[in-house]
Design a protein around this ligand. Structure first.
Ligand code: NAP
Length: 282
């Protein structure tokens, strides 16, 4: 009998995770037999869970909130992408070692550039929010050489923390990077216009909640992208369309693409994401 590849996704909460279905779709493309667990793991149980999983022959695990930073401690090696993000969303076994990596950034840039056909080079980009997701995506965005990147966050201390982390680790290339903090409904966001507006705040997790962004924000915006994914358009997406953004997208494509990159790390196989991109899983 074929041995199944042991995979998992962990976090708290975890019931909502679509990872098992995404990876089953990828595995089916190659007739790869997988066993994909979905386990709720609290931070204080993470070390034991990882030790048991890999001792039992586990190959790879997707890591989600609130474990992405803590999980770095338990890896033998940390990839450049995870080091730059100070967080990982995947750990896998390779040559008797546990490697931590972060595939969120490449998941986003692939979705933007290849699926949505929005190039980042020389563009003006606004990122709203300075939490874990922002940390994961910013290094990959800078790598694409945008002309200007503004990062705006409601709480100043978090914006400053992100700034220090980036300045100490990331090659800022030619990109002009600006950090700002304040109430996101204020006019300070209107000092410039943006080709791309990315919502990396967690506001869309509260269904129906608006950040009250200024209406004039979207003049000249080609794409307003919400990292959150949902079957319905989020309030952020609705308001962007109403106020002049040419196109909107949620973060489903990013989730699928980061999953594809994780699957590649686990199996050396590159899955076709097109079917999942067309038809989100229920
Ligand atoms: P996080 O670390 O908790 O950070 C949350 C951020 O949102 C903070 O900057 C916070 O600002 C800001 N925020 C929350 N409510 C706000 C409001 N009402 N107005 C203005 N700012 C607000 O969360 P995260 O891990 O970065 O996740 C952010 C989002 O990304 C979530 O929706 C998550 O589902 C999504 N995500 C998607 C993918 C994907 O693959 N598509 C991957 C990762 C994350 P303060 O500092 O002021 O509190």
């Amino acid at each position: 009998m074929d041995k199944k590849l042991k995979l998992a996704v962990i976090g708290k909460p975890i019931t909502h995770s679509k990872s098992p279905k995404i990876h089953q779709d990828f595995a089916n493309q190659f007739d790869e037999k997988i066993e994909f667990r979905k386990d709720e793991v609290a931070p204080d149980k993470l070390e034991t869970w990882l030790a048991d999983f890999f001792k039992d022959g586990g190959k790879g695990v997707s890591i989600t909130l609130p474990l992405k930073e803590a999980a770095l401690k338990y890896a033998d090696e940390i990839s450049d992408r995870a080091r730059l993000a100070s967080a990982c969303n995947v750990i896998y076994a390779k040559d008797e070692k546990l490697i931590a990596d972060c595939t969120d950034g490449v998941g986003l840039t692939k979705d933007l550039e290849e699926n949505l056909k929005v190039s980042l080079k020389d563009k003006k980009i606004l990122i709203l929010g300075a939490g874990g997701a922002a940390r994961g995506i910013i290094p990959s965005i800078i790598e694409k050489n945008p002309a200007r990147l503004k990062i705006a966050n409601r709480t100043e201390s978090k914006a400053l923390l992100l700034k220090e982390n980036l300045e100490s680790k990331v090659n800022l290339n030619e990109t002009d990077i600006i950090f700002e903090a304040g109430d996101l409904s204020d006019d300070f966001l209107l000092d410039d216009s943006y080709d791309l507006v990315i919502n990396s705040t967690s506001v869309s997790t509260q269904v129906g909640e608006s950040m009250g962004l200024p209406k004039a924000l979207y003049s000249g915006t080609k794409l307003a992208y919400d990292l959150f994914y949902s079957a319905e358009k989020t309030v952020f997406m609705q308001e962007a369309l109403e106020n002049g953004a040419e196109k909107v997208s949620d973060g489903w494509g990013m989730l699928v693409e980061q999953g594809a990159e994780s699957f590649r790390l686990w199996t050396n196989l590159i899955p076709d994401t097109s079917r999942l991109l067309e038809k989100p899983i229920d």
